[in-house]
Design a protein around this ligand. Structure first.
Ligand code: PLP
Length: 424
């Protein structure tokens, strides 16, 4: 079957034809290509078109598609262990690996998605502190848990909606929203609610309103306010973990969160998630403590094997991060140069292997309200232009562009050539 036939028939059986809204390409008013296979930095659709993939499954595929070591780990594990719902040695290996790599994770619990990781981390923070309120930031996305669907980024922002129907007011009455990179907005909330705040949850490098790195002073300010008020600081590193740097964003900023949430890269492309942090907090989890959280598939052997193969390879080839940094800079410099030459209103933000191109007259994009002012009309044209030239990017300006270790100089040149022929 061809792309459009598959997509149209999918609409009969899955809402919008998809299993996650942004895949439907609704905001760029076109049908999505139906992806058949991937290899390295390239993917191929059912019509036989080839694309250079700058979505990388929304982050996880940092080793590119079907990396032979990851494939081998999945194959060999699946011959002997698919699921037991019991303790396995590879789980221990992955847990040890992450705890010895990510500086502020002494103990962790594996789950099956980023949403589960953030949702469970917040429950744990509430159980640990005995408080209910949380602070999140406008434009940050922490998954689709009810309590987070207030001024959320990612698909919620793309659809231009404040939150989601079906979320009871009671679920969000404890969610207080502050402005990203604006510590005074957090101070005002703490002044009013300080003793009720269980946690502040933040993407240290925001990747769901485009890419907006947190200012160092802002993130340090969050640490200080949490310390002063007895609240926990949760770094949501679902996207930034093992991506902006091997040891995550917290290693760049040298700030110690109490809890860290992870997913994407740690599962090597399979469904995964984990949250971890200070041992005294993690020990409040059942069966040791009173905070309940469980999962039939958590720590699944095949997922753990794919994750371990990915993390070990990233560890064994530290030059990968150097290479990605170089290519990322080449891409950003190239885009800026072309935009200047053609007088295109562009702001570029980058942190390691994730970056964003905003179409805006403004000189910088530092928060949700800056991001919301970006020109959707230009983005839609740009998107159509790029995808028709084999450059597969997310169909929204509020999603990140991702690089993998398999991207080459030629891939970057092809991106720049395509951009060079773009006219508003
Ligand atoms: C920072 C962040 N947190 C949480 C999530 C939710 O993860 P998942 O889609 O695996 O539920 C995402 C998803 O993109 C994310 O980017």
């Amino acid at each position: 079957m061809r792309n459009d036939d598959i997509f149209n028939e999918s609409k009969l059986y899955m809402p919008g034809g998809v299993n996650s809204p942004v895949r439907a390409f609704k905001d760029v008013a076109m049908n999505p290509p139906v992806i058949k296979k991937g290899s390295g930095s390239h993917i191929y659709d059912e019509d036989g078109n080839e694309y250079i993939d700058f979505v990388c499954s929304w982050g996880p595929m940092i080793l590119g598609h079907c990396d032979p070591d990851v494939v081998e780990a999945i194959k060999s594990t699946s011959e002997k262990a698919i699921s037991f719902g019991a303790t396995t040695e590879p789980e221990l290996e992955l847990a040890k690996y992450i705890c010895s790599t990510v500086d502020n994770v002494e103990m962790l619990r594996m789950v099956n998605s980023g949403t589960e990781a953030t949702m469970s981390a917040v429950r744990l923070a509430r159980g640990y502190t005995g408080r209910n309120k949380i602070i999140k930031f406008a434009g940050c996305y922490h998954g689709h848990f009810d309590d987070f669907l207030v001024e959320a980024g990612s698909g919620v922002m793309t659809e231009g909606i404040p939150g989601s129907a079906g979320v009871p007011d009671d679920s969000i009455k404890n969610t207080l929203v502050a402005q990203y990179n604006d510590i005074s907005s957090v101070e005002s909330i703490f002044e009013k609610h300080g003793s009720d705040i269980a946690a502040v949850i933040v993407e240290p490098v925001a990747g769901n309103m485009g890419v907006i790195p947190g200012d160092e002073d802002f993130l340090k300010g969050l640490r200080r306010l949490c310390d002063e008020n007895g609240s926990l600081l949760i770094f949501d590193e679902v996207m930034s973990g093992f991506r902006v740097a091997y040891k995550g964003a917290q290693s760049i900023y040298k700030i110690k969160p109490d809890l860290t949430t992870m997913a994407k890269i740690i599962g090597g492309g399979l469904p995964c998630g984990a949250y971890g942090g200070r041992k005294d907090i993690m020990e409040k989890l059942s069966p040791l403590g009173p905070v309940y959280q469980a999962g039939t598939m958590s720590g699944n052997p095949i997922v753990v094997a794919a994750g371990l193969a990915t993390l070990k390879k990233l560890h064994d080839y530290p030059q990968y991060y150097v290479q990605i940094e170089k290519l990322g800079q080449k891409l950003v410099d190239g885009i800026r140069k072309i935009a200047q030459k053609k007088n295109l209103p562009v702001v570029m933000n980058r942190c390691g292997a994730m970056f964003a191109l905003f179409f805006t007259e403004a000189s910088e994009v530092k928060n949700y309200s800056d991001a919301k002012k970006c020109r959707q009309d230009i983005f839609a044209k740009y998107f159509e232009h790029m995808i028709s030239r084999g450059i597969y990017i997310a169909p929204s300006q509020f999603e990140a562009v991702f690089l993998s270790v398999k991207h080459t100089e030629q891939d970057i040149d092809r991106f720049l050539e395509a951009f060079d022929s773009f006219e508003i």
